[in-house]
Design a protein around this ligand. Structure first.
Ligand SMILES: NC(=O)c1ccc[n+]([C@@H]2O[C@H](COP(=O)([O-])OP(=O)(O)OC[C@H]3O[C@@H](n4cnc5c(N)ncnc54)[C@H](OP(=O)(O)O)[C@@H]3O)[C@@H](O)[C@H]2O)c1
Length: 367
């Protein structure tokens, strides 16, 4: 009996539900695939990235057109994720950036429409994704506010920018999402959702948190989930927890890059070639994560299961405890969360100007 069977999973493909988030994971022996909604998983996404965790299937709420403003790393990752999930999505996608010419080059071969301007891109779009740098955002909001369709959902992935700033920039009145009127601009019925993906969106394995603002309706959350599940796992949190999300999963790839680097070096130290060491380290990290995901167990319980009396695991554990690995991770996430709070404070003070371009490129984005 293997570990999954020990946890009562049927013989593969394994299906498990996370006890914390309720997300379902389908694990065909070598891969965990999160299914974040209650929809049935259809078929595997056609790309190699399928093995990294992007969800299958789109909800009924995300059948309208999608405008992605900003064709940089994250905009492109999202477009690629949507196309990998459903190649037919190309006809529903429109992308805009600072320069349409350069963007066309970047989007070559993807078959998506490139708009000349942001305003043109948002016209008629059911979902508008704000994938520009935070310091660019106020200008982009002013540019598109009159062109956004009534009833549209605006999903911002700009790190640290509160929903209230976006709602204000679009002229969405507080509670507009609930059906009340709004002033000039995007106006009545436009709902804003804030999202924090991470860099693994580029391989469709992001851990993304979404948060609602005052304008957000249930349909906005459903559309945001449908959209972002194309690039990985999506969970909802309260907006005031977005700094914590930034500290954990937004910045998280960095911690694991460092751990991988350390493990790879360690393998070399004990005699493995760099190539073999790196491959073993990567697969060990992926496999351990998949096991925790599939069983839904607390990692400490799984750790106990692999720790035999007098064995290698307990010996290594002693060494890690002496070095304070867990305390280091607690410190790092807490420090990154505090830094995110500091950077975000500027947006929350009405009189303060948004961060400058210099600040932004240095430290605001990506997290
Ligand atoms: N990268 C991450 O890991 C990560 C994670 C979470 C959240 N985010 C957030 O995602 C957003 C995008 O980040 P990114 O890493 O994709 O940045 P990026 O690669 O620099 O992409 C930003 C894109 O916006 C375009 N742009 C500039 N001015 C514009 C305008 N006025 N209208 C429309 N597009 C314009 C840029 O075009 P040019 O290249 O021509 O200037 C560029 O293609 C940021 O707000 C960031 O905070 C990023």
């Amino acid at each position: 009996m293997n570990l999954l069977e020990a946890y009562g999973a049927p013989k593969g493909p394994w299906v498990a539900r996370s006890r914390t988030s309720g997300a379902q994971y389908i694990v065909p022996s070598e891969v965990a695939r999160p299914v974040t909604t209650r929809r049935k998983r259809t078929e595997a996404p056609p790309s190699a990235a399928a093995s990294t965790g992007a969800t299958a299937g789109a909800s009924r709420a995300d059948r309208g057109s999608i405008a992605v403003l900003g064709g940089g790393n994250m905009g492109l990752a999202l477009v690629r994720g949507l196309l990998a999930r459903d190649p037919k999505a190309a006809s529903r996608l429109v992308v805009s950036s600072r320069e349409a010419g350069r963007l066309r080059e970047r989007m070559r071969g993807l078959n998506v429409r490139v708009a000349e301007t942001n305003s043109e891109a948002v016209e008629g779009a059911q979902v508008v994704v704000l994938a520009v740098k935070p310091q660019i955002l106020p200008g982009v909001l002013a540019e598109v506010r009159a062109s956004i369709s009534p009833g549209a959902t605006v999903v911002s992935i700009a790190a640290g920018v509160p929903t209230s700033v976006i709602e204000e920039g679009l002229g969405v009145a507080a509670g507009a999402g609930a059906g009340s009127g709004a002033g000039s601009g995007a106006g009545a019925g436009t709902g804003v959702v804030r999202a924090m993906p991470n860099v693994a969106a580029s391989v469709r394995a992001s851990a993304t948190a979404i948060a609602r603002g005052r304008s957000t309706r249930p349909v906005d959350l459903e559309r945001a989930r449908g959209l972002l599940s194309a690039v990985g796992l999506v969970l909802e949190v309260e907006e005031d927890l977005m700094d914590a999300v930034t500290g954990l999963s937004g910045t998280g790839p960095l911690y694991l890059f460092l751990i991988l680097e350390g493990l790879s070096d360690a393998g070399v130290k004990v005699g493995l070639s760099r190539a073999v060491s790196s491959e073993l380290a990567i697969q060990t990290l992926v496999g351990a994560a998949q096991l925790v995901q599939a069983t839904g167990e607390h990692p400490a319980k799984l750790r106990d299961l692999v720790t035999s009396p007098g064995g290698t695991a307990i010996t290594a554990l002693h060494s890690l405890e002496k070095s304070g690995l867990k305390a280091m991770l607690l410190d790092a996430v807490e420090a990154a969360t505090k830094r995110s709070q500091e950077l975000g404070a500027r947006w929350k003070t009405p009189s303060a100007p948004p961060p400058t371009a210099g600040e932004s490129s240095a430290s605001r984005s990506p997290p």
